[in-house]
Design a protein around this ligand. Structure first.
Ligand code: MG
Ligand code: MG
Length: 249
């Protein structure tokens, strides 16, 4: 069942979303060669404490950290660790929190120093596919319009969409209905309505779409070892179209 949010509930989700955006901005400012993802995790956790917000992922299904830190060929759900980032790396950070009963969820892939041209294009295309997916989240449209917009943009550049993980509804729960695949034909699935709140999150690989999960039970990596990017926003559908909640003004 897709839960529609009232005006006052949307107001709470705007607040949660802004806080998520601030933490990711903080991550962006801190990332450079030599920094470890455990340090980034601590920074995010300290910020949640200061705000009296609860990190969304820590303890979720047993996930042990505040951020998901997925470098290079890691797709999603990577564990922060002590390994320093190196010039030329990319790092996907996924972060969510809950405050006043509502969740925000967002992800970015951040370059570490200077990156190669193909990796830059991967980041640009993945981000653009998210923007186009969001633009397709119009009241009166259908859910798979989002999926189709993402896939079309990604495949224009001959990159591939990860199938194993999907976007999701979000609100009082981190994962609500509906599931939002990043591929498929348009004009299918539930009708999009004002009051829906969706976490749209393309995961895009340079090479093959297939992923595998490592022995830690969480970290998903590409099977061919090539790089992957992940961008996510929490979005509200309004009468006037989509509104990105996890963005700084
Ligand atoms: Mg996320
Ligand atoms: Mg999500």
């Amino acid at each position: 069942m897709i839960v529609l949010k009232s005006k006052s509930e949307l107001e709470k989700m705007r607040r949660a979303g802004r806080m998520v955006a601030e933490v990711l901005q903080l991550m962006r400012e801190r990332i450079k060669p030599g920094v470890t993802t455990l340090e980034l995790n601590r920074i995010a956790e300290d910020r949640c404490k200061k705000w009296k917000a609860r990190p969304a992922f820590k303890g979720y299904g047993g996930f042990p950290f505040t951020i998901c830190a997925s470098p290079n060929d890691s797709v999603v759900h990577g564990f922060p660790n002590q390994q320093p980032l190196v010039e030329g790396d990319i790092l996907s950070i996924d972060f969510g929190l809950i405050i006043d009963g509502f969740y925000g969820d967002s992800a970015v892939t951040i370059p570490v120093g200077k990156i190669d041209a193909t990796t830059q294009r991967l980041l640009d295309v993945t981000k653009e596919s998210l923007e186009l997916g969001i633009a397709a989240a119009q009241p009166g449209g259908r859910l798979s319009d989002i999926s189709h917009a993402v896939q079309t943009r990604v495949e224009q550049d001959h990159f591939s969409v990860v199938r194993e993980f999907v976007g999701h509804g979000i609100g009082r729960q981190l994962h609500e209905d509906p599931q939002i695949p990043n591929y498929g034909p348009p004009a299918r699935g539930p009708q999009l309505k004002a009051g829906m709140t969706l976490a749209i999150e393309p995961m895009v690989n340079i090479g093959l779409p297939a992923v595998k999960v490592l022995d830690d039970g969480w970290t998903a990596v590409t099977i061919d070892g090539r790089r992957s990017a992940h961008f996510e926003h929490t979005v509200a559908i309004t009468e006037n179209g989509p509104e990105i909640l996890t963005r700084l003004d």
